[in-house]
Design a protein around this ligand. Structure first.
Ligand code: MSP
Length: 661
């Protein structure tokens, strides 16, 4: 058997000072979809993801957690890896920038660049924050540090520089010869004009940062950010021995639009300087925004993947991410749109088609897929439409136009629904002619469903596997070769598998409340009862590792002191339309009146709360619950198996605003 061609793709390696949100999940989902698709097209595929573990931010985060950097990043890397595994997105190669294989590759790449004359020692002058011990990028003399707000000082330090300026022409030539290197086209135009504007040499080492890969023989120099991070793509597939594995050069680097410049300018320049093969393509996707702004924990608007996967299934999240926003553009994330799509496209669309087809075959043909027999023009028309969709969908996948690929598939699903409505197989009797007609209609529908299932597999792997079993088709759907996919290959006479509901229909507000409640629990793992009703969320290695960072068995008093709790007095309380369990409160906390949502609506009448003094966590990042901002948390005991909230109160009179210690 001839060797399969290789295909190597990467996601960015993610910073370890936080845990994955939906933005990171998006890139990794896309990588997984492409991996599954390429495998069905006959490639041997390797997909790399990993963690970017060096630098001043990690130094600081480890210090805050009171543990050594190496321990901090090990826990975070475990949490990232475990979450990807849990979400069905495991890396073929998970690379950490603290891996020895990576350290060696960075040092080797530097040596090659230096031997070829592209590295020199110089001085870097910039604005430095003496309190945070870090240079502040892009700051001018007189600017304050954006992190701590204190004045910066001008500082000069010795650095190694990379001669990026020497690569202006080689890069422009390379872009011209490889017009598809940067995608989408708009990003390419931006990069070309950036490079045409001239390139400055780049400082690639630091002496003021401690937590980094040492430059051999040149301590205290450590490699700085991008020279270290980008090289991970090569370290993951063999580093200096990349030829043995045969995966380098990479076929595809998937990145967010914010880091396209590093990937399409710095990275090819480093590789050119080292005379190593260049990657074939860099694809920049847009951002998922929440309320029109980028997600961040401090803004309280991050969306977490696990609660969605727990509530709707990972396939639903994958479908939504790819269907909702054209790959390459920005888009808004909303739970409302997510659950709406789940109900309309998955529950009423694909799920319903699969279950009604199976039910009719079960009833009319003792659960065995019938042979089509004599066909009528409308059967053939549907066959032609489906056959044509195969070509379209493959073409869209090749062009990374996932939205259009899914749209085309759902057009076919809608055509099948219409066909069934017109042909009404359920209204036919048991005469031979009627039975033959039923066989033709149901075999046609089942064949359409088989093709849709194969084509949907890269995006909906779990669902496709279930429908494949339901249709009693041989082997595994993931092993079907897309090259040979044609109308007319349905195995007939085989028995259907056990029916199962693929996507139970959900009541929207209930589903959103449950997702938000799980997200709250995950974001505040050590907090007392969440303000929205508690729903058991699965405990996973990822969650456990992340939690253990915040709550190692015993905490010191300094950790406890980080939680600010005060006596608050409830001023107003009202129900929230569409959220049965939430109350919107305004609470006087001494210094200000806060709006806080609490998951107590089923147990407390709003009016009974007015004037009541309660314990409030006042320094939680704000977040939105059912679209309503909540700025703090009311403390309650969780009583009984249902977690009935009982508000904490004060038997003696206390002053509003008093701190709980
Ligand atoms: N560590 C660097 C990448 C080094 S690659 C050699 C980094 N890490 S990151 O964790 O900050 O971001 C990783 C990726 O997540 C980026 O591609 C970024 O665009 C993407 N996203 C982060 N938030 C996002 C959204 N809200 N939406 C979509 N993607 C976004 O940068």
């Amino acid at each position: 058997m001839p060797a399969r061609p290789k295909f190597y793709l990467t996601t960015p390696i993610y910073y370890t000072n936080g845990l994955p949100h939906i933005g990171h999940t998006y890139t990794t989902v896309v990588a997984d979809v492409i991996r599954r698709y390429k495998r069905m097209r006959g490639y041997e595929v390797a997909m790399t993801t990993g963690t970017d573990e060096h630098g001043i931010n990690v130094e600081r985060a480890a210090k805050n957690a009171g543990i050594p950097e190496s321990e901090f990043v090990a826990k975070m890397a475990d949490a990232w890896r475990a979450l990807w595994d849990e979400l069905g997105l495991p890396a073929d190669e998970f690379i950490r920038t603290t891996d020895l294989r990576h350290v060696r590759t960075v040092q080797w790449l530097f040596k090659l660049c230096r031997e070829n004359g592209y590295v020199y020692k110089g001085h870097y002058t910039g604005q430095y924050c003496i309190y945070d011990n870090a240079f502040v990028n892009d700051a001018k003399p007189g600017d304050n540090c954006p992190d701590c707000g204190r004045p910066t000082e001008t500082l000069t330090e010795e650095n190694y520089f990379f001669k990026l300026s020497a690569f202006q022409k080689p890069l422009l030539d390379f872009y011209k010869k490889n017009p598809e290197f940067i995608q989408p086209e708009t990003r390419k135009n931006e990069i070309v004009s950036f490079v045409e504007g001239g390139l400055k040499d780049l400082s690639i080492t630091r002496t003021t940062v401690r937590w980094g890969i040492p430059v051999p023989g040149e301590e205290p120099h450590v490699f700085y950010v991008w020279f270290d991070a980008l090289t991970a793509y090569l370290s993951a597939v063999g580093g200096p021995d990349y030829e043995k594995r045969g995966f380098w050069p990479a076929d595809l680097h998937l990145v967010g639009k914010d880091i396209i410049r590093f990937h399409s300018v710095y990275w090819p320049a480093f590789l050119m300087a080292a005379m190593l093969p260049l990657p074939k393509q860099v694809w920049a996707h847009g951002w998922f925004l929440m309320d029109a702004s980028k997600m961040s924990k401090s803004k309280g608007n991050v969306v977490l993947p696990r609660p969605i996967a727990n509530m709707l299934g990972m396939d639903a999240l994958r479908y939504f991410l790819l269907r909702e926003v054209v790959f390459g553009q920005d888009g808004n994330f909303s739970y409302d749109a997510l659950v709406t799509r789940y109900n309309s496209d998955l529950a009423n669309g694909l799920g319903n088609l699969a279950s009604r087809t199976a039910a009719m075959i079960e009833k009319n043909f003792v659960g065995k897929i019938p042979k089509a027999g004599k066909l009528q023009p409308q059967d053939e028309a549907l066959a032609c439409e489906t056959q044509a969709a195969i070509g379209d969908v493959l073409d869209y996948f090749d062009k990374m136009n996932f939205t259009r690929a899914l749209e085309s598939l759902w057009v076919v699903i809608a055509a099948a629904d219409k066909y069934l409505t017109t042909e009404k197989p359920w209204s036919l009797g048991d005469s031979e002619a009627d039975t033959q007609r039923k066989a033709a209609v149901l075999a046609t529908t089942a064949e359409l469903l088989r093709i849709v299932t194969v084509l949907a597999y890269p995006v909906l792997p779990d669902t496709a596997a279930k429908i494949w079993t339901l249709l009693g088709q041989p082997g595994s759907v993931s092993a079907v070769e897309l090259e040979g996919l044609r109308w007319g290959q349905l195995a007939s006479g085989v028995s259907l598998g056990k029916p199962q509901t693929l996507f139970p229909r959900l009541e929207k507000s209930e589903a959103i409340e449950r997702i938000e409640s799980m997200a709250n629990e995950e974001l505040n793992p050590t907090a007392p009862p969440a303000p929205a009703p508690a729903v058991a969320s699965s405990t996973t290695a990822g969650a456990a590792a992340a939690t253990s960072l915040a709550a190692s068995e015993k905490i010191g008093i300094e950790d406890f002191a980080k939680v600010e709790m005060r006596v608050g007095q409830i001023k107003t309380a009202e129900r929230i339309v569409g959220a049965d369990k939430l109350l919107k409160l305004t609470v006087d906390i001494g210094t200000e009146i806060r709006q806080i949502c609490a998951g107590i609506a089923q147990y407390y009448e709003p009016d009974s709360l007015i004037g009541r003094k309660v314990a409030v966590v006042t320094n939680l990042a704000p977040r939105k619950l059912r679209g309503v901002e909540s700025n703090g948390m009311i403390i309650a005991a969780s009583v009984g198996p249902e977690g009935r909230p009982v508000l904490a109160g004060f038997p003696e009179d206390v002053e509003v605003g008093a701190r709980l210690k």
